[in-house]
Write a protein that binds this ligand. Sequence first.
Ligand code: PXG
Length: 440
Amino acid sequence: MALDRSTPNDLSAFWMPFTANRQFKKNPRMFVSADKMHYKTADGRSVLDGTAGLWCCNAGHNSPRIVEAIQKQAGELDYAPAFQMGHPVAFELANRLRDMAPEPFEHVFFTNSGSESVETALKIAIAYQRAIGQGTRTRLVGRERGYHGVNFGGISVGGIVNNRKYFGTLLAGVDHLPHTHIKENAFTRGQPEHGAHLADELERIVALHGPETIAAVIVEPMAGSTGVLLPPKGYLQRLRDICTKHGILLIFDEVITGFGRLGSSFAAEHYGVMPDMITCAKGLTNGVIPMGAVLATKEIHDAFMQGPEHMIELFHGYTYSGNPIASAAGVASLETYKEDGLFERAAALAPYWEDALHSLKDHPHVIDIRNEGLIGAVELEPIAGEPTKRAFSAFLDCYDHDCLIRTTGDIIAMSPPLIIEKAHIDQLIGTLGDTLKRID
Ligand code: PXG
């Protein structure tokens, strides 16, 4: 008998991630299938995906090359040991990723998520400094309102209070830059004018501890999770210059901004500022199979390639690093992005997206609108004494009207698949506009 997937009868066992579990289980919102720009709900509605899942399904859903590649790989080589053994697909994906990435990135370390990519990059940074005789460099610098996943390294360098305060002492030796979200920039289209000087705070941290204690700075070039906070013009270059001056590695966490979201392969290319490492995940496999990666320069990689050849050079890795099926999904995803010209498509649609978003300026509750590439945020005035409630109401109302959006605090964030059509943009923004008029 066919399994009826539409009506699970017991929701209690699954402790859902980053979810209001009790609220959800009283009024479940279930997706049972997806194709291209739409999810199908358990009650048969078609919901427009305004978020590419969780910023990951850049090629849309049920993308044929990816589906086929996974099916084929599962029947050919399902799993191979990841340590001291190889298989061709992981090497192929690493090569394709290198070819797609900006020039300095020649080496790829595979992980299974954005969080693991962050832990991996932080560990490589500290170990690299030690390998080049800079073993006193163990401090890490993150940024307020930064999101770098949910593992201990990531929440330590991250700057989201609720993700940190419940979980004990975290990593020692971490400092935070100020975030770049300043009021003067409200309603800016694209990169804001004000705030490059906020990068100079790094000089203050360097002066406080001494440059010889700092291994790396990690930032999202554009902070996605905390509500689409854009880098002010000149900010990233200033960070780069200060890091270079003091021998500090710069890591861009591109888990969201990678794979076309801003209209180019990575934000590093989009903003024309090169870090020393890039972390990525999500769009690497179109979100279909868990996988992440760290891209490193030749300089970083080669620093480890010393000592006896039979010795492991980096004591780090995961059972599923470069998993065959994930690698096959990755190869097919990168092929799809390239063959279908999706990064160029995102860049071409960005002005239409920007105009549509900013048409919401005079709608009720709206206090700021931000955009870059195919990312958009609409910030709402919080209800006094009840933060997050207004945006959550907007999320529920949009869902009831067949559109999926995301919220963080009182900010609505949207990041549609790069295959979106203008008519879908009209529907998404039109629905959100109606929602803003309906909610309290
Ligand atoms: N770094 C960045 C910049 C991210 O955005 C992670 C690391 C962690 O990735 P994993 O794969 O471990 O979840 C992320 C993830 C949202 C949202 O709604 C954002 C993320 C995940 C889920 C929801 O903004 N970002």
